[in-house]
Write a protein that binds this ligand. Structure first.
Ligand code: DX5
Ligand code: ZN
Length: 218
């Protein structure tokens, strides 16, 4: 199981340290939540933060674009050093083209689904993606409660992966703690994003550890 701490809940005045902290704590990925104030009702940071952090970490930079017109940002995220760029299925009518643009850069491409978006909406692009991000809260803010109805989509994606012999990570994002992580892992999730659970605690390493333990139990 991969744990991807989300810097959305980190101390922005200490970002470099906050990334190093989870790297030392055993994380292999770092999750970067970009919000534009249009696709979601909140504003965060963009490719410039990826660029600033890149020289200081070897973690896989997992960039979650919660923006309208994601096509317009792919170049800058690639240039900044992103390893994986995930766009939302609801954010453009040209999902295939946007994913192709990411793949053409030679980096990993992901597709994200809001809680109300069915798996069927992205079925046609599943063979070309490296990751499917199942939003387990409505995107925009950290610290929200997990929506249990999303578990069914994880199961569907896991089944499709096996039946169609596809190869993508199933990432979950929002409201992840040991209890919800265990449920997601059992349903087929392979990457857990966790923001507040990891960063709003005294010891990030022990939080990462307890997530790992919770999913290994299942
Ligand atoms: C929400 C973001 C998440 C967020 C998760 O829109 O996509 O990555 O940081 O935060 P928690 O883990 O606190 O729900
Ligand atoms: Zn996210």
């Amino acid at each position: 199981m991969k744990i991807a701490p989300s810097i959305l809940s980190a101390d922005f005045a200490e970002l470099k340290k906050e990334v190093k902290k989870v790297e030392q704590g055993g994380a292999k990925w770092i999750h970067v939540d970009t919000m534009d104030g249009h696709f979601v009702p909140n504003l965060t940071f963009g490719a410039n933060v990826v660029k600033a952090l890149r020289p200081h970490t070897d973690l896989l930079m997992d960039c979650h674009l919660m923006v309208e017109k994601p096509e317009e940002y792919i170049d800058s995220f690639y240039e900044a050093g992103a390893d994986l760029v995930t766009i939302h299925a609801e954010s453009t009518v040209h999902v295939h083209r946007a994913l192709q643009m990411i793949k053409n850069k030679g980096i990993k491409a992901g597709i994200a689904l809001n809680p109300a978006t069915p798996v069927s909406q992205v079925q046609a692009v599943l063979p070309m993606v490296d990751l499917v991000l199942v939003m387990t809260v409505n995107p925009g803010f950290g610290g929200q409660a997990f929506i249990p109805e999303t578990l069914d989509k994880i199961r569907q994606l896991d089944m499709l992966k096996k039946n169609e012999k596809l190869d993508y990570e199933i990432e979950v994002d929002g409201g992840i703690n040991p209890e919800t992580a265990a449920a997601c892992a059992e349903a087929g999730a392979t990457v857990m994003v966790a923001g507040s659970y990891i960063y709003n605690a005294e010891n990030a390493a022990s939080q990462i550890d307890s997530l790992q333990k919770a999913v290994n139990k299942g």
